[in-house]
Design a protein around this ligand. Structure first.
Ligand code: F6R
Length: 245
């Protein structure tokens, strides 16, 4: 079941999403959180940092698993998702870094990396709460539109549209890695709760299709319609094609 929380703008989205995550951690201090990178969750992480500083949320027993990582990008590269997570969250809260996990893009053995990561997530029984952003083409994690839903953590070739969308973070489109390791749709769907943050008019088509369209691997986020506990926090611009929501 999908619950939509309509909010004013990015800041409003970020506060509300952070409150949901904070509540999760307050209720279960040993929560396993699935985390995302990209622009959508940055504000959420800022609010979580503030809540941690205020003493409202304690990350000391929290365990995290990130959705994805570029293949072949060193962890020291400021565009790696490992770097991003430290920069935007882990360095600023009282989390034990040993409890944080990002697929290792530096492992050239894709089968080994993906199988190890998948086994670790499954051993925990999936995430207690999985945070997601939404790609403009409806991707979640790096699960791009495809003929099938990928069940497990795997190595993907990024689509031109994703390379195009992500090139803003690199010197040029040529510098964007062409592959990534990502949790599969099956891995994501193992989460007990899923929280999606969506902001901006450029996400409106994908959001409408994800919530109201047919469930199809051509729009990977549409699979969320089959999950029992999904909350989407989306702003007016992102919901502009969903007037009823
Ligand atoms: C990032 C991720 C991606 C992003 C998506 C939206 O870990 O898994 O699916 O959530 O590409 O990116 P932004 O938030 O930058 O629009």
């Amino acid at each position: 079941m999908i619950k939509i929380i309509r909010v004013r703008d990015y800041d409003d989205m970020s506060r509300k999403a952070a409150n949901i995550i904070a509540a999760q951690v307050v209720l279960n201090p040993e929560s396993k959180l699935g985390l995302a990178t990209g622009s959508s969750p940055v504000g959420t992480y800022k609010n979580l940092i503030a809540a941690n500083e205020a003493g409202d949320v304690d990350f000391s027993h929290v365990v995290t698993y990130n959705l994805d990582e570029y293949r072949g990008l060193p962890r020291t590269n400021d565009q790696s998702y490992y770097y991003f997570m430290n920069e935007n969250l882990f360095d600023h809260v009282n989390i034990d870094k040993a409890n944080t996990h990002v697929p290792n893009g530096e492992n050239p053995d894709a089968d080994d990396e993906c199988a190890t990561y998948e086994a670790a997530v499954r051993a925990l029984g999936g995430m207690d709460l999985q945070l997601l952003g939404l790609g403009r083409n409806g991707h979640i994690g790096f699960n791009e539109p495809a003929d099938d839903f990928a069940a497990t953590t795997h190595c993907v070739d990024l689509t031109e549209s994703t390379i195009e969308a992500n090139k803003r973070f690199f010197a040029s489109a040529d510098d964007v890695p062409r592959q990534a390791y990502t949790m599969g749709i099956g891995t994501i769907m193992c989460a007990k709760k899923i929280l999606v943050v969506v902001s901006g008019a450029d996400k409106a088509e994908a959001l409408k299709a994800a919530v109201y369209g047919p469930v199809t691997p051509q729009l990977p986020a549409s699979i969320l319609q089959f999950h029992q506990d999904v909350t989407i926090v989306a702003d007016e611009a992102a919901l502009s094609l969903c007037p009823e929501a």
